[in-house]
Design a protein around this ligand. Structure first.
Ligand SMILES: [Zn+2]
Length: 491
């Protein structure tokens, strides 16, 4: 160890780096004074084997900022999971769950797990009643490296990328991952923030057990239990079907965060109630995807009605609309994506009003749409080809990073009056629609505004693609078959 210190110490500038990192950990990562020497010595040991990393930090103008991208260094600087859990619990006890979540989020930004600096550079705007983001935070090369290292992991420890055993796992770049326990209606879950979150405090609530995704009565109970504990968050669950968003179907988990999604503020098209459940209101949301909103102050009644809708939808068939509840092999291909929240007090008053949104999803294919009838259709693949998951169905689109340069090329050609560039020839639909709106006198900014609106308009049409009922009247028929009766006005 003496040799190590001597070697590193040869360059006193580099020792300064270590001092700065240790004081950063003291100030931002809750490293106790008692652990300062220990932390410094672990850094010395690490840098004795990774001198290139130390020189890079020494040369950067912003040591702490540069270190945020170094999972190994930040892993050493971060407090152990037990300490983070303990501080979260203390914060929750003393200042409430909202403050505790804010503290944990800030912690995960400060230790580099949440890539906030990159995320803040993402393009994000509102158009056509949707939030459109272009996520460039996740660099392609990193994805490849992560994918390669992920394959190399001994699967006996962490069976998938969201198992809790990933906490500290170097091979997956998770040395800075910190999670906290959350109990949901008697079941054990944990919460973690997403490194590449798409919205305010985006995170996932994960089952302690590596057990498959599913949506049933317990799901509704879990989601409601979560928002009761974290009333400023929503929490939802992807429909447990392949190609419908849940990228990790093998491990039960929910998604949520602290931002209102466009669908949640969309007005009701019409309101209904079941005669047997007068305390529960069912609304058809005025939204391009097929979505219901179930509202009640009574969570038991709310769960009963949601379960009734879920089971009815799971077996609903309609040849004329291409809705097939089961595929040719007899596998289920209908499910709901539920999202819970508590309505803000100004709308709800006392007692609090609980809301469960239910997005009806179906995975049927047809001759015309072999990749899925209720998925993004091929004419829009140039904007988005990936599955439309929960968050996008709620109106926040996460578009691929390639669009930055592609839209740039599109805008330049439109502004210069040249032809559609060869490398984006698949953008012809957008090209024609934007050109029809141009007067020829637009500034570059003006062209950009129109192009961005075009992208928003296509995203809205994609939401129309995933609608299982093309007309609200079809959704109304489904509810009436269930026994729902329309309400004159809101209750
Ligand atoms: Zn797992």
């Amino acid at each position: 160890m003496t040799d190590t210190v001597a070697q590193v110490g040869q360059q006193s500038g580099e020792l300064g780096v270590i001092d700065e990192l240790v004081s950063y950990a003291r100030e931002n990562l809750s490293v106790d004074q008692r652990d300062v020497d220990w932390t410094r010595n672990r850094l010395l040991e690490y840098f004795s084997e990774h001198s290139e990393s130390l020189s890079e930090l020494a040369q950067s103008g912003d040591i702490s900022g540069a270190a945020l991208n170094d999972d190994a260094v930040m892993g050493i600087l971060s407090a152990p999971p037990s300490r983070v859990e303990e501080l979260f619990a203390i914060m929750r006890e003393e200042r409430g769950s909202t403050a505790a979540m804010q503290w944990l989020f800030d912690y995960c930004v400060a230790n580099g797990y949440v890539k906030k600096r990159q995320l803040d550079r993402n393009i994000r705007y509102v158009s056509n009643g949707l939030i459109v983001t272009i996520n460039t935070a996740k660099p392609e090369f990193k994805t490849m490296r992560n994918a390669a290292s992920g394959n190399a992991v001994d699967s006996s420890f962490a069976q998938c990328t969201i198992c809790r055993e990933n906490e500290g796992l170097a091979a997956r770049g998770k040395r800075t991952l910190r999670t906290v326990d959350v109990a949901l209606a008697g079941d054990s879950f944990f919460w973690q923030f997403s490194p590449y979150g798409y919205f305010r405090q985006h995170g996932i609530c994960v089952n302690q057990e590596h057990t498959p995704m599913h949506v049933d009565r317990r799901t509704f109970e879990h989601l409601l239990a979560f928002v009761q504990q974290f009333p400023e968050y929503f929490l939802g669950c992807n429909a447990a079907l392949p190609r419908i968003g849940g990228s990790v179907l093998a491990h039960d988990h929910y998604q949520g965060g602290g931002e209102l999604m466009p669908m949640q503020s969309a007005p009701a098209w019409k309101s209904f109630a079941l005669p047997s459940e007068p305390d529960v209101r069912v609304e058809i949301i005025g939204w391009p995807a097929t979505a219901l909103r179930v509202l009640s102050a009574d969570t038991d009644a709310l769960v009963r009605v949601c379960e009734r809708i879920r089971t009815a939808w799971a077996d609903y068939d309609n040849d004329s609309l291409d809705i097939h509840s089961h595929d040719e092999q007899g596998e289920r291909q209908s499910s709901v994506a539920p999202i819970a929240r508590i309505l803000p007090a100004d709308r709800a008053g006392e007692p609090p009003l609980y809301e469960m949104s239910l997005i009806l999803r179906n995975n049927a294919v047809s001759e015309q749409y072999p990749l899925g009838v209720f998925h993004a259709h091929p004419e829009y693949f140039f904007i988005k080809q990936e599955p439309i998951g929960l968050i996008e169905a709620m109106g926040l689109f996460v578009l691929p990073g390639r669009l930055v340069s592609q839209l740039d090329a599109l805008e330049r050609a439109l502004a210069d009056g040249t032809a559609l560039p060869e490398q984006i020839s698949d953008f012809e639909l957008a090209w024609n629609e934007v050109r029809a709106q141009l007067s020829g006198n637009e500034s570059a900014d003006g062209v950009r505004r129109i192009v961005r609106d075009e992208v928003g308009s296509i995203c809205r049409r994609i939401l129309g693609n995933i609608a299982v009922f093309p007309q609200f009247a079809d959704t109304e028929r489904f509810l009436r078959d269930l026994g729902c009766r329309s309400l004159q006005q809101s209750v």
